[in-house]
Design a protein around this ligand. Sequence first.
Ligand SMILES: [Mg+2]
Length: 380
Amino acid sequence: MTRLASVCADCFRIPLPTAVSDSTHGTIEAFQLITVRLTDTDGATGLGYTFTVGQGGTAVRALLQDDLADWLVEWPGEEIGELWQRMWWRLHWVGRGGVASFAMAAVDIAMWDLQARRAGRPLWKHLRETVDWLTPADSPPVVTPYAGGIDLEDPVDVLLERTQERIASGFRAIKMKVGRPQLAEDVARVTAMRETVGPEIPLMVDANMRWSVDEAITAARALDGLDLTWLEEPTAPEDWDGHARIASEGGLPIAAGENLHSVAEFRELITRGAISYPEPDVATVGGITPWLEVARMAAERGLPVTTHGVHDLHVHLLAAVDHASFLEVHGFGLERFITDPLLITDGRARIPDRPGHGVALDWNRLSRHREIPGSRPTQD
Ligand SMILES: [Mg+2]
């Protein structure tokens, strides 16, 4: 039986070519990428990664380096589910979500990558072959991407110009930010967007937790009639009953999940009927193992599953399930640092057929962006 031989964690600060903005995080000029590289006793390798919006990445790296890396050595490569449970209980006191879920995600993704690579299968196919409730398939289903990163601070003309660029580059679905100081501005911007893209393009809006429950209900009603696929993150992520009220009184389908970092949190929203589109992020919910648990919970209630962030990984997960909704193509792209970035053509994402998830990072290029703890000036 092969065992893990080495575990290497690191953290990088990746500057964005174009800053992004939303109603909660303001303008973001860089994100953090935290990586885990595994090697087993046969020399096979696996890569996992997670990310932050700019803070906490070195804490994730410290958890990995100080509390998981040495402990993982000698672990059998086959037993990912059991490893996940062991990690969960090892970090339970400081975890049950939060930063611990980010660290666990990087390890869990690397383990699945290692296993799929050893099997010589792309990750989507490996999951369909090995996870009991998934169905084997010779070829992947269609995965439909949408363009995120249509920003809150963009003036309307820039907003529409960026959208046209996304459509010209192959997207056939668009998500834009809402949560401007005045609701009338949001309504005008979404109306302009709908008029520009026409009735055929699926359109979503994302409030990034900006509103109170009552404000969200008012906003949802004001945006009704613009044929929106969903309203995302209308209010504080842990307000389970609030989400249920927004879903029942607002009239729009609700998506949420990027700020939920455990299966238990998703259970709260899903069992209350508070969301229509669960949106687990594999890099922040604890990895592929819990992502699949959320997807199964969604399937049991007839809900499609969608994603947030790390599109190069999520393309495999949506191709592994039979109830996939849209794939978010996120503004925190790694295109400049990976060999074969996700390809979008005529409204479809190409499903990679390389073994594992197929993401190969350019470590030389990344090394210029390594995070050194204490080296960043304090910001107000
Ligand atoms: Mg979002």
